[in-house]
Design a protein around this ligand. Sequence first.
Ligand SMILES: Nc1ncnc2c1ncn2[C@@H]1O[C@H](COP(=O)(O)OP(=O)(O)O)[C@@H](O)[C@H]1O
Ligand SMILES: [Mg+2]
Length: 372
Amino acid sequence: MKVVLQHLTKQFPSRNKKSNDVVTAVNDFTFEIPDGKLIGLLGPSGCGKSTALNLISGLIAPTSGRIFFGDDDVTDLPPENRGVGLVFQSYALYPHLTVRENIMFPLQNLKGDDRPSKEEMEKRVLEAAKLVQIEGLMDRKPGEMSGGQQQRVAIARAVVKMPKVLLLDEPLSNLDARLRLQTREEIRRIQRDTGITTVFVTHDQEEAMSISDMIVVMKDGVVQQIGKPQAVYDDPINLFVSKFLGTPPINVFEGRVKGGRLFIGDEAVLAVPGAPDGDVWAGIRPEGFIPDANGPFTCKLRGVEVMGRDISVVCAHDRHQSPQIRAIISAENVIDEHAESVRFALKPYKVHLFDRATEERIRFDTGAKGGN
Ligand SMILES: Nc1ncnc2c1ncn2[C@@H]1O[C@H](COP(=O)(O)OP(=O)(O)O)[C@@H](O)[C@H]1O
Ligand SMILES: [Mg+2]
């Protein structure tokens, strides 16, 4: 089931009682979530992710705009009539019910013709439990299970009705790091197995990048960019998006374009044909640095961290936005860690320029592979 948002907007009265201001939590969302895909709604805390999800579920009503499931306008339907499954950060299970009873609960709430027979309910509960691999724990109560197991029960409960759309709001945030990784892979597998159109909300870019078919990057209630994770990473539309995606983060320098060349400090570090003269932010991905004794870009060397497959070269530069630059290079390189400075050549398609004032992307001709 595809989901279409048309000019969807939600305003709240300001929480500051004395002010008459409004907060626009979701500002004019217009995009389509393709049938059967998993999309990641991604952005920092407070950017409107939960509000967007709650609008899709029907838990809150929009200030303006419409929501369609397929061709049906569901904007005025209550949540129980939309056919959505919801999973929240807090597992929100009924503590006095067993796993079986918790998963069965949404089916028992169905009315009239929608309500399956007892045997059908049992069968579907078992199928949902198998999907999340908790069929061995059916008689336990939530208090007798780990956080990861409880969240699986919550997922089973959300999918047992075979919802048209599955909505997950930071479902992994309460799990420890290892379980988080494991459970996100499970969610991806369940989504693929069932083909349910799924919206996954997270503030964790790595989480969103790793499981989503498509990510929607948000800031202050406004969609910044929509696309496949790798495409958004490789081709960010503005400085915010470039900084939000990637670990270690992109390294941002004060730079200047003059005569088709990028200057950082006094050094002309890269040919940027087609970029207009002016002040820029120059973002260089950690993997964009090539150690090169004759390279045009000189940084002060602060340390070398060997990480097995890669080496992390920690440097500094007075035009860099923060004290530390991180370059990630292959462990086959040899860096003299006692040297005062290190010289680099740059991979053009790993360098992104942004207008210093508007922070919008400035394009140049990278010559080789990758869009820039
Ligand atoms: N019920 C509400 N009343 C007033 N303001 C709200 C309400 N819900 C959310 N907001 C505000 O809307 C913005 C977006 O919130 P939210 O959707 O929860 O963000 P996120 O899930 O991305 O952290 C925030 O500024 C938040 O304070
Ligand atoms: Mg939230």
